[in-house]
Design a protein around this ligand. Structure first.
Ligand SMILES: Cc1ncc(COP(=O)(O)O)c(C=O)c1O
Length: 469
């Protein structure tokens, strides 16, 4: 969307070089053309008046008028009597990216994973919390603050995590960060500085996310298999890793729970190996048919960095997460956070603190649990009706499921055929370190798909899932 300026004239940064032999008029014209071609000035965007622009550049108004006239003649600008000069609609037609010939059909139902119900974001509650935060924040809090994050949010988070996740959370050792993504990056950098060379991750899991974060930190990333009890700790012990990224409460993407004996074995491994466990506690708020599962961090706060996020409980756009660090790592993580970005946005942190403190966050979670439980049922019903041979697992928590396709079905062919029918499906192979598509499985996200769409989407691809076409 082009920028609209209400009353004050828009600023436009353009450099002129008075020492150059190139005439000033040519320089200004070239600068404007270039700004339009490269997209610094968008179609429809208003230019400053010739008077303002001339004053800003220290040039005569007449010269700027000549430049505008030239660009009007060339079709870069348009103007109407009595209104501002703007970038013309056709100005960048030749320079924009060419439309792709292999058109991607628009998906009418998309089972993309990792996205909560975006429409359910509690806008009114968030507005209330933001207003409260802005109204009550002392002026001093608008300065650069504690890189760990606002004390208010860390206090509230510690209480929340103790209450809901049975975490051993101390506000002194919490670092607020930009979602799980930044938390992982910070953790791996700090561990690399501390001498760790290899980080292990679950397979299937997040090979790309962990692989990229590890590479950025200068670490080697090694996959370790996951079975029906979670991470294979014996296989982990056979690697040289001194850090591991795990999703104990609801393994991503298989959905299995890390079995109690494996939890203990994992912590024993960490203690023996002088290693650190990075716990990705991404969707634990949403559980359906089993007893609550506490965070691994609660069992060994000295060995585990637990990373949480509001990306599933609220929305990814907020980019708020937190790290509960072992005491000896809280300092280095804080230092690295300070170096990275000086701390996360304060107002949003205070707003989140208000949201949680006021009970509005819990109320939202309760509402969403009901919504996701209904979607989960809709998915199971639709699969039972349209693809009865497909086994579904991983549904005890969160908002994605694993569909096990009949043997011999080509996972990627199903994904491609579904796409041609405007249904977005995603293969488990994408989460596998080797991209193996055997056995054929799909990871179906139902967080951001309504019940009716789930039914329609599954009906549209049921024959593919069942291997009937
Ligand atoms: C396994 C897993 N962990 C964590 C996250 C959340 O990441 P972030 O907090 O950076 O949005 C995601 C997002 O999809 C995820 O799939």
């Amino acid at each position: 969307m082009p920028l609209e300026w209400s009353s004050s004239p828009p600023e436009l940064l353009l450099a002129v070089d008075r020492t150059s032999s190139r005439p000033l008029r040519a320089q200004v014209e070239h600068g404007l053309r270039d700004a339009i071609r490269t997209g610094r000035l968008r179609v429809g965007e208003r230019l400053p008046s010739t008077r303002e622009f001339a004053r800003a550049l220290g040039l005569s108004r007449g010269l700027v008028q000549e430049c505008y006239a030239q660009l009007l003649a060339e079709g870069y600008l348009v103007t109407r009597a009595g209104s501002a000069t703007r970038v013309a609609a056709g100005a960048v037609a030749q320079t924009g990216p060419a439309p792709s010939s292999g058109e991607t059909p628009r998906l009418t139902v998309d089972f993309r994973t990792g996205v909560p119900d975006l429409r359910s974001f509690p806008v009114d509650d968030w507005l209330w919390a933001t207003r409260e935060a802005a109204r009550t924040l002392p002026t001093a809090a608008l300065d650069y603050g504690d890189p760990r994050g606002s004390a208010a949010l860390r206090e509230v988070l510690a209480a929340y995590l103790r209450r809901v996740r049975a975490a051993a959370a101390d506000p002194e050792h919490i670092v607020v960060c930009g979602g799980y993504a930044q938390g992982l990056t910070l953790a791996l950098h700090v561990l690399a500085r501390g001498g760790v060379r290899t980080v292990a991750y679950e397979n299937p899991g997040s090979p790309v996310a962990v692989g990229e974060a590890a590479a950025a930190a200068g670490l080697r990333a090694v996959p370790v298999p996951v079975d029906e009890h979670g991470l294979d700790v014996d296989a982990l012990a056979a690697t040289d890793a001194r850090a591991v990224v795990v999703t104990p409460a609801h393994q991503w993407p298989t959905g299995v729970l890390l079995a109690p004996e494996r939890r203990l074995a994992l912590l024993a491994w960490a203690r023996d190996r002088d290693a650190v466990v990075i716990e990705d506690d991404y969707d634990a708020e949403f559980r359906y048919d089993r007893e609550p599962v506490g965070a691994l961090q609660g069992l060994a706060p000295d060995l585990v960095i637990a990373i949480g996020t509001v990306s599933k409980s609220l929305v990814p756009a907020l980019r708020i997460g937190w790290m509960v660090c072992p005491p000896h790592l809280a300092g280095p993580v804080t230092e690295h956070k300070h170096r990275s970005d000086r701390g996360s946005p304060t107002l949003d942190q205070h707003a989140l603190a208000r949201l949680i403190e006021s009970g509005r966050f819990d109320r939202h979670l309760r509402r969403m649990r009901t919504t996701y439980a209904l979607r989960r049922t809709a998915l199971l019903d639709a699969l039972a009706e349209h693809a009865p041979g497909v086994r579904v697992t991983g549904l005890a928590a969160g908002f994605h499921a694993v569909a096990h396709l009949p043997e011999g079905v080509d996972e990627q062919a199903v994904v491609a055929a579904a796409k041609a029918r405007s249904v977005g499906l995603y293969g488990m192979s994408g989460q596998h370190a080797s991209h193996s598509a055997t056995p054929p499985r799909l990871v179906l996200g139902f967080g951001n798909v309504g019940e009716r769409a789930i039914a329609e989407g599954v009906a549209a691809v049921g024959d593919l899932l069942a291997g009937r076409s």
